[in-house]
Design a protein around this ligand. Structure first.
Ligand SMILES: *Cc1c(COP(=O)(O)O)cnc(C)c1O
Length: 354
């Protein structure tokens, strides 16, 4: 070991889903949207001029913040934007989780939480989901330095009812509670109405899934203005210009066409319900998902075996390590045609005559 290596911050990084590029692939591994972004986004892209890149972008991201505030019926000082919700979440860990007491998040959840906790040296504990992969609000009533969970949870897809979310927030008035609503548009109830009641609540969202803009990297947080002021101070101490000019323009455009948004959500949700029926008929087990993915296992085949067989057929799904989840595949909902292809393959593989 070199001497300089003794001063390294050593981390075990988050491992993103792979981004293969094969012409015949069916990519169901990173919860991307199978439909294009709103047509307004394409139109605005055509009109972008290189000359506009000469200047720094608006460091307050004012136009996008305002558009989001309008969209959600909030004031501008209740919205904070960042480079994907991953950046918003990372800055939130840095800003809000500075207690010596452990922060709490579920044992089965978005695996990045643990990585940020390690990176920023935040102590953490992971209460176990119950047998049905549900969050038990009672587990979040012990002393802690903060709470974070997604609703619906990932990678399980399971929804926590709003009353139980409120129970967790109400029990934790002295710390910040973050609800990561990356998938909420696909059919869960948002914690947004609770913002007026609780100044310790932060809701985080992304354009990556429901708005089909994973490649543009836009995420945002909604919360009490005082809470967001702390977040903003940390952002300006790290990188004033997080959002690039193109993201600022296209983000605003993406919010303009509600009909298109609802139409694509409906298509994905319909395909999800169809996929659930098909998977159930093939003997897969899964919890009810209100997201754009299904987290499923088959009693007769290991997760590893199914993952490899699918991969060999150029059908990419996601699988996670960990005792409780290793037999499961997280299957993103693609187009109906893509899901038919997946089901055809699985039907053949499991030798079902159905
Ligand atoms: C995808 C995802 C994110 C990150 O989304 P980006 O906005 O693309 O960074 C955050 N949380 C959860 C639970 C996710 O699934």
């Amino acid at each position: 070991m070199k001497n300089w290596e003794k001063n390294m911050r050593q981390v075990v990084p988050y491992v993103p889903g792979e981004q293969p590029d094969e012409p015949d692939m069916i990519k169901l591994n990173t919860n991307e949207n199978p439909y294009p972004p709103a047509p307004e986004v394409q139109e605005a892209l055509k009109n972008l001029r290189a000359d506009s890149l000469r200047l720094y972008p608006d460091c307050t991201a004012g136009a996008l913040v305002h558009a989001l505030a309008q969209y959600h019926g909030l004031s501008d000082d209740q919205v904070f934007v960042g480079v994907g919700s991953d950046e918003v979440l990372a800055l939130s860990f840095l800003t809000f989780f500075n207690s010596k007491k452990p922060i709490l998040f579920p044992d089965v959840t978005y695996s990045f939480y643990k990585v940020w906790a390690e990176l920023f040296q935040v102590p953490y504990e992971c209460p176990a989901l119950n047998e049905d992969f549900e969050i038990e609000p009672g587990d979040y009533k012990k002393e802690n330095g903060g709470v974070i969970f997604p609703n619906p949870n990932a990678p399980t897809g399971v929804v926590l009812p709003l009353e139980q979310i409120e129970e967790i927030i109400r029990s934790n008035p002295d710390v910040v509670v973050i609800v990561d609503e990356a998938y909420v548009d696909f059919g869960a109830v948002s914690a947004l109405p609770l913002l007026d009641k609780y100044d310790n609540l932060l809701i985080v969202r992304t354009f990556s899934k429901s708005r089909a803009m994973a490649g543009m990297r836009i995420g945002y947080a909604m919360g009490n203005p005082k809470l967001l002021q702390y977040l903003s101070d940390v952002k300006y101490s790290f990188n004033s210009y997080t959002m690039d000019q193109t993201a600022l323009v296209l983000g605003v455009e993406a919010l303009k066409n509600e009909a298109y948004f609802q139409e694509t959500l409906q298509k994905i949700n319909d395909t999800r319900e169809w996929t659930k029926e098909q998977l159930a008929a093939l003997g897969f087990i899964f919890k009810d998902s209100k997201t754009n993915f299904v987290f499923a296992a088959h009693p007769d085949y290991s997760g590893e075996e199914l993952f490899k067989a699918l991969r060999a057929a150029h059908i990419y799904v996601r699988r996670f390590a960990g005792e409780r989840v290793k037999e499961y595949l997280r299957i993103t909902i693609g187009t109906r045609e893509e899901m038919e292809c997946l089901v055809r393959f699985l039907r053949k593989y499991t030798g079902s005559s159905k």
